[in-house]
Design a protein around this ligand. Structure first.
Ligand code: PLP
Length: 430
C-alpha cells in the first residue's frame, strides 16, 4: 500500500499546522507512522488521497452511528445552506432537536446546545458549581472529558487525591479543585467523599469509558455513584459524548438503569457536525443564563446546518430501534471473532466491549481501570496497527481508543476484519 500523496500532504501540513493536524491523535505519532489524509468516505469505507480503501473503525471517533455519509443525510442540506448558514437569532429547528433529546433522555427537562463535547462538559460543570455553590469536582483516572483546563488532570500521590495538570499551560491553581479517583473503585470514591463530600459540586463520569480503550463501568460502580451523590447532594454528571445515543437510544439510562442529574452529549447528536449539548432537570437548568446567573453562550451554538443533520441522525435512531440490536450483534461478532483468534494463536489478551464499542487490549485481563489498561504492550499494539492498516483495516492509531462500529459495517466486512486480525496478530508476534 502506497501513501505517497498522504506523505506529501503531511510535509506541507506540518509547515502551517502544528504537527500537521488539528487534533493530536490524527498525527499517528504514537504508532510511529505518517498519517493518512482522507479523500472521501461512504458507508463503512474511507478512501485516502492515494486511493487506498479502508474498512473504517475510527468513524470520526463516534458520531457516525449510521456510517459515513448515508445518502439520505445530504438530501435538503444544500437547500438549508442556501437559506443561510448561521443567523445569530433563534430558529425552530433548535426546538425540534432539543425536544428529540429531552424525549429520549428521561432524566432531563431541558438541554442547551454548544459546539463540542469539550464545551458541553466545561459548561455542565460550571452550572453544577453554580447550582450547588460548591467548588470541587470529582473525575476518574482514564476518563477524558475534553480539553478544558480544569479537566486536564491526573491523580497525584498522597493520601488525598488531588489534581495535577497533565498539560503545561494549565496552572496548578486551576486544577486544585479537581479530585481524581480510580475508575470502578467505590472504596476510593467513598474515601474522598468522607473527607470532602460536602465541598464536591459534581461527579463527572463516562459510564463506559472510551478513552482508556473501552472500559465499561460496573453496575455497582455506576449505581454506587448515584447513591453517594444522593447522600451528599452532589450533582452526578454522565459524560455521554461517546455513549449518548450509542449504548441505547436512551443512552446510559437504558444500559445501566441509572439516571444522572446532568448529561453531556456530543458526536452522534451532530452526525459529524461540530455539536455538543448539556442538559438537566429544569431546576438545575434554570441556573443558566439568561434565566439564571451562570453565564454560557456561543455564536454558532444551535447552528442550523448542524441541527439539520443532527435531527436526521436522531430521528433515524428513534424510528429504527432495531439498529441497536443489530449493532450489538455486530459488536459481539467482532469481539468473539477476535477472541477466537487470540485463542488459536495462544495469546492471553483481553477484548472489552459495550455494544458497538470494542477494544483489544494487548494485556491479560480483566481491564477495569486505567492501571489495568496501561499494562498493555504498546510496541505489540503498534506493530499490529501497521499490519492492520496494510490489510486495509483502519483502527484508531492508539491502544487507548475504541473500535467504533456503525450500522453500515456489513457482516462480510466484519468477517474480513476478523480474518485480517488473525493475520495481523500472527505477523506482529513473530
Ligand atoms: N467527553 C468524552 C467522553 C469524549 O470522548 C470527548 C472526545 O472524544 C469529549 C468529551 C470532548 O469532545 P470534543 O472532542 O467534541 O470536544
Amino acid at each position: 500500500m502506497k501513501h505517497t500523496k498522504s506523505e506529501q500532504l503531511f510535509k506541507e501540513a506540518e509547515k502551517y499546522i502544528p504537527g500537521g493536524v488539528n487534533s493530536p491523535v490524527r498525527a499517528f505519532k504514537s504508532v510511529g507512522l505518517a498519517p493518512i489524509f482522507a479523500d472521501k468516505a461512504h458507508g463503512d469505507r474511507l478512501i485516502d488521497v492515494d486511493g487506498n480503501e479502508y474498512i473504517d473503525y475510527i468513524c470520526s471517533w463516534g458520531p457516525l452511528m449510521l456510517g459515513h455519509s448515508p445518502d439520505f443525510m445530504s438530501e435538503g442540506l444544500e437547500e438549508m445552506a442556501k437559506r443561510g448558514t448561521s443567523y445569530g437569532v433563534a430558529t425552530e429547528i433548535e426546538i425540534e432537536v432539543a425536544k428529540i433529546i429531552v424525549d429520549a433522555y428521561p432524566a432531563i427537562d431541558q438541554v442547551r446546545m454548544v459546539n463540542s463535547g469539550t464545551e458541553a462538559t466545561m459548561s455542565a460543570l460550571r452550572v453544577a458549581r453554580g447550582y450547588t455553590n460548591r467548588n470541587k469536582i470529582l473525575k476518574f483516572e482514564g476518563c477524558y472529558h475534553g480539553h478544558s483546563d480544569g479537566l486536564l488532570v491526573q491523580s497525584g500521590s498522597g493520601t488525598l487525591t488531588f489534581g495535577v495538570p497533565t498539560s503545561p499551560g494549565v496552572p496548578a491553581d486551576v486544577v486544585k479543585n479537581t479530585l481524581v479517583c480510580r475508575y470502578n473503585d467505590m472504596d476510593d470514591v467513598r474515601r474522598v467523599f468522607e473527607e470532602q463530600g460536602d465541598d464536591i459540586a459534581a461527579v463527572i463520569v463516562e459510564t463506559v469509558s472510551g478513552n482508556m480503550g473501552v472500559v465499561p463501568g460496573t453496575q455497582e460502580f455506576i449505581q454506587g455513584l448515584r447513591d453517594i451523590c444522593n447522600e451528599y447532594k452532589t450533582v452526578l454528571i454522565f459524560d455521554e459524548v461517546i455513549t449518548g445515543f450509542r449504548l441505547a437510544y436512551n443512552s446510559s439510562i437504558g444500559y445501566f438503569g441509572v439516571e444522572p442529574d446532568m448529561v453531556c452529549f456530543g458526536k452522534i447528536i451532530g452526525a459529524g457536525m461540530p455539536v455538543g449539548a448539556y442538559g438537566a432537570r429544569k431546576e438545575i437548568m434554570s441556573c443558566v443564563s439568561p434565566v439564571g446567573p451562570v453565564y454560557q453562550a456561543g455564536t454558532l451554538s444551535g447552528n442550523p446546518l448542524a441541527m439539520f443533520l443532527g435531527k436526521k441522525n436522531l430521528e433515524t435512531l428513534r424510528d429504527h430501534k432495531d439498529i441497536y440490536s443489530e449493532l450489538d450483534r455486530k459488536g459481539k461478532m467482532l469481539q468473539e471473532g477476535i477472541q477466537n483468534n487470540l485463542k488459536k494463536l495462544g495469546l492471553d489478551y483481553t477484548v472489552n466491549r459495550a455494544g458497538s464499542l470494542v477494544c483489544l487490549f494487548f494485556t491479560s485481563g480483566p481491564v477495569q481501570n486505567f492501571d489495568d489498561a496501561t499494562k498493555s504492550d504498546i510496541d505489540k499494539f503498534n506493530a499490529y496497527f501497521k499490519e492492520m492498516l496494510d490489510r486495509g483495516i483502519l483502527i484508531a492509531p492508539s491502544q487507548y481508543e475504541a473500535m467504533f462500529l456503525s450500522y453500515a459495517h456489513t457482516d462480510e466486512d466484519i468477517e474480513y476484519t476478523i480474518k485480517c486480525n488473525y493475520e495481523a496478530l500472527k505477523a506482529s508476534h513473530n
